[in-house]
Design a protein around this ligand. Structure first.
Ligand code: AMP
Ligand code: MG
Length: 474
């Protein structure tokens, strides 16, 4: 019995030069680590069929499900500012697209499924650690209400992957509303392949901006989505870590959870990635980097837009769009329902006090309005001074303190996937114990609820537990 999925593969119908058709490379002994039941149901897939032997074989790349047309997508990109004219799915294979009962279209992609023509020096494989990290963090992001690719499944392969040493191999099944990146447009623009640009633009509009007026309309749509997305990241203390143009989607979903992290102690210039030596993708730089990436998209689309001016105008609007989204996010975090002149400065003074007071980003916002808030700050007097200003500002609000606290708890999570917890879950997983991994996923499914039995997961790392850097998924 082989697995059948309701595929309808629109990307595979694009011209040949968009991809290379090839099958995943089989692995030795597939075993299921996790299957996302609720996501499977949302997609209209049968969780039991996916968890069956035939299902797991498909999730490991050992069998091609009926209706799939496996392919590796080609793209280009700016990596840390340097131009790479050809990247592509070097360790990923798109099986196809499923359309949900509600009519939404999603890519089903295997990551870690073997070499492709775009693998360059890589082996096309993934090891268990990054697969578990992407599973945890992408599902946590979804539960936090942030647009993101999703985790359908993780399987181990029974094969060894060589990195710093021998590590267990794994394959991740990623769901995305598409895998079209800024770098996909750049690939064809750099080759002056206007026909391909037109086809890609039409395809992207159909999937992400139905009704948009041509390439300019698409550009404006991407800009708006990215402004909203980055503002949400900033509101959660999330650092993507590798905001290369090949890691920025047209859909506006967060993609490629490599050396990403949620900050514990707040600092605006925090960097995690072990390869980001100059802090290009530091927390506070993310809005500027997004705008830079979007300018690369605008350049790629110029042959279709025709004139520079409207494309430039669209890019120039990014800062104000971002600022509006950022204010919306942070006003809600400090319990404001109305808008006043000094709100932005008030929010920045809180962030300054947090940076100076080495406050935990997540726990400080979660505690606002309760007596425990000041304990998050090394300099409690600085917080007290800010709190007096905040109370003054709140006197202009009509909501009751109880309703306000409730509303704040809907936007200030108690639970985020803290890096040290992810590392502990990975270490246990590598040793064969997936208990901590499943517990973390269960806790993070309701990040705004009272943590109840998961209160220990709110605690910042001890000195010994701090993970100073995060690494790429390779
Ligand atoms: P990333 O940093 O994950 O966005 O990957 C950047 C590029 O390197 C992409 O084109 C990937 O497909 C490729 N890549 C990363 N890891 C591997 C690997 N283990 N084997 C082959 N290609 C890889
Ligand atoms: Mg990538």
């Amino acid at each position: 019995m082989s697995l059948d999925l309701p595929f309808d593969n629109s990307y595979a119908r694009l011209p040949d030069r968009f991809y290379t058709k090839l099958a995943p490379t089989p692995v030795r002994a597939p075993a299921l680590v996790a299957l996302n039941q609720s996501l499977a149901l949302t997609l209209g897939l049968d969780p039991d069929a996916l968890a069956s032997e035939a299902g797991v074989a498909a999730l490991a790349g050992n069998a091609i499900p009926g209706g799939a047309e496996p392919l590796a997508q080609v793209y280009a990109g700016h990596q840390f500012g340097g131009w790479s004219p050809q990247l592509g799915d070097g360790r990923a294979i798109l099986l196809g697209e499923v359309v949900t009962p509600e009519g939404a279209r999603f890519d089903v992609q295997l990551k870690g499924s073997g070499p492709t023509p775009y693998s360059r020096m890589g082996d096309g494989r993934a090891w268990l650690g990054p697969v578990m990290r992407e599973y945890i963090v992408s599902e946590a992001m979804a539960a936090l209400g942030v647009p993101t690719t999703r985790a359908l499944a993780a399987v181990t392969t029974g094969d060894i992957v060589l990195r710093e040493g021998p590590l267990p191999g794994a394959v991740f099944t990623r769901i995305a509303s598409s895998h079209i990146r800024v770098g996909t447009f750049q690939f064809f623009a750099a080759r002056q392949d206007t026909d391909a640009l037109k086809a890609l633009t039409g395809h992207a509009i159909e999937r992400h901006d139905p009704g948009a007026n041509g390439a300019l309309g698409l550009l404006e749509g991407v800009i708006a989505r990215q402004a909203g997305l980055i503002a949400q990241w900033m509101g959660l203390g999330f650092i993507h870590g590798v905001m290369n143009t090949d890691n920025m989607t047209i859909s506006g979903e967060t993609i490629d959870y490599g050396p990403c992290a949620f900050m514990d102690v707040y600092h605006p210039m925090r960097v995690f990635s072990s390869i980001d030596h100059h802090g290009r993708y530091a927390f506070g730089r993310q809005p500027d980097v997004a705008m830079w990436n979007l300018a690369q998209l605008a350049s790629a689309l110029l042959p279709l837009i025709g004139e520079v001016e409207p494309a430039q105008a669209a890019i120039d609007r990014f800062p104000e769009l971002f600022r509006a989204e950022w204010l919306r996010v942070f006003r809600a975090k400090i319990g404001l329902q109305t808008e006043a002149e000094g709100d932005e400065a008030l929010i920045h003074r809180l962030l300054d006090a947090m940076a100076n007071g080495q406050a935990d980003f997540t726990n400080s916002f979660r505690a606002l309005g309760t007596p425990g808030a000041r304990d998050q700050f090394m300099d409690r007097n600085a917080f007290d001074a800010w709190e007096r200003e905040w109370r003054d500002r709140l006197s202009a609000e009509e909501s009751s303190p109880e309703d306000r606290l409730d509303a704040m708890r809907q936007v200030n999570p108690g639970l985020i996937p803290r890096t040290h917890r992810i590392e502990q879950a990975i270490q246990a997983g590598v040793a064969g114990d997936y208990g901590p991994f499943h517990r973390l996923n269960a806790a993070l499914a309701t990040p705004f609820a009272d943590p109840g039995p998961y209160a220990d997961l709110m605690t910042p790392p001890t000195q010994d537990e701090v993970v100073p850097q995060t690494f790429c998924g390779t």
